[in-house]
Design a binder for this molecule. Structure first.
Ligand SMILES: O=C(O)CCC(=O)C(=O)O
Length: 271
């Protein structure tokens, strides 16, 4: 079977809410893993296996990982789904321990966000690969399935969450997974040292719902993660004009939002 065309990939992503790009970063996988490890070392973080260890924002901490935003294959694949001027809106790097229960990453009205995920160890259905409910990102999917409903599988349907009908996206290091933020996802059966990182990417906001969602997204990140900065120093210092296309709009919105919160705080409002 020949490789799907870009049009077919976009149609698959829009229909099912995810897309796997086998081996897109195969040549770089060794270096990516070394860069991943080095971020945790730099942060003095040792994963002891008892719980998830994560760094947010993640790729921003390492020049090699920042350069994923310059990678021709990534630019082409993501540009195909979100347009060539897509926004980069944060990342997380993780050593996972155990399972992740069913959830969506966001369910914005504009439906313009996706996650790019790289699993750095071979993962299968029973060893912690990402599972998705195909179609759960659509309006019909949103109406049909809720995350709490799936997490209450034992009460609702008398089966464990891991038994729910879902598609396991088994992967090897170097494979790139893309999934819509609205797609319900989870993972089960992982060990105590499951390495993966993700990048959040969104359509450049042009319509009014997209702008509202970007403001809300930046707000959520800023307040939720508390870093007070949209991007890491290395990300900004190593950004070429081409990379800045993916940073400028969130950077401006984030700073405007920060200013808004400063004013509200000065006025005595609680956030
Ligand atoms: O690999 C996992 O355990 C789940 C990852 C996930 O839920 C996410 O990145 O949003």
């Amino acid at each position: 079977m020949s490789t799907p065309s870009r049009t077919q990939q976009r149609a698959f992503f829009e229909t099912f809410g995810f897309l796997k790009l086998p081996g897109l970063l195969k040549a770089e996988a060794g270096r990516i893993i070394a860069d991943f490890e080095s971020v945790f070392v730099t942060h003095g973080l040792k994963h002891d296996g008892t719980q998830r260890t994560s760094v947010v924002p993640f790729v921003d901490q390492n020049a090699g990982l920042c350069a994923l935003l310059d990678h021709p294959g990534i630019l082409e694949a993501v540009g195909n789904l979100l347009g060539p001027d897509f926004n980069y809106v944060g990342s997380d790097g993780n050593y996972y321990t155990g399972e992740t229960t069913w959830h969506r990453d966001s369910n914005y009205q504009s439906n313009s966000y996706l996650k790019l995920a790289l699993y750095l160890d071979p993962v299968t259905k029973d060893t912690g690969c990402l599972r998705v409910i195909p179609g759960s990102h659509t309006e019909a999917g949103l109406a049909a399935w809720g995350d709490v409903q799936l997490r209450s599988a034992e009460v609702n349907w008398g089966v464990h969450q891991r038994e729910l009908p879902a598609y396991p996206i088994e992967s090897q290091p170097g494979d790139v997974l893309l999934f819509n933020h609205r797609t319900l996802h989870a993972s089960f059966g992982g060990g105590t040292r499951r390495r993966m990182f993700t990048m959040n990417l969104g359509r450049r906001a042009k319509t009014s719902p997209e702008i509202d969602d970007l403001i809300s997204y930046c707000d959520w990140h800023m307040l939720g993660h508390g870093s007070g900065q949209p991007y890491g120093k290395i990300m900004l210092e190593t950004a070429s004009p081409a990379r800045k296309v993916h940073l400028t709009q969130p950077f401006d919105v984030w700073n405007a939002s920060l200013e808004h919160h400063r004013i509200r705080k000065a006025q005595g409002a609680t956030m």
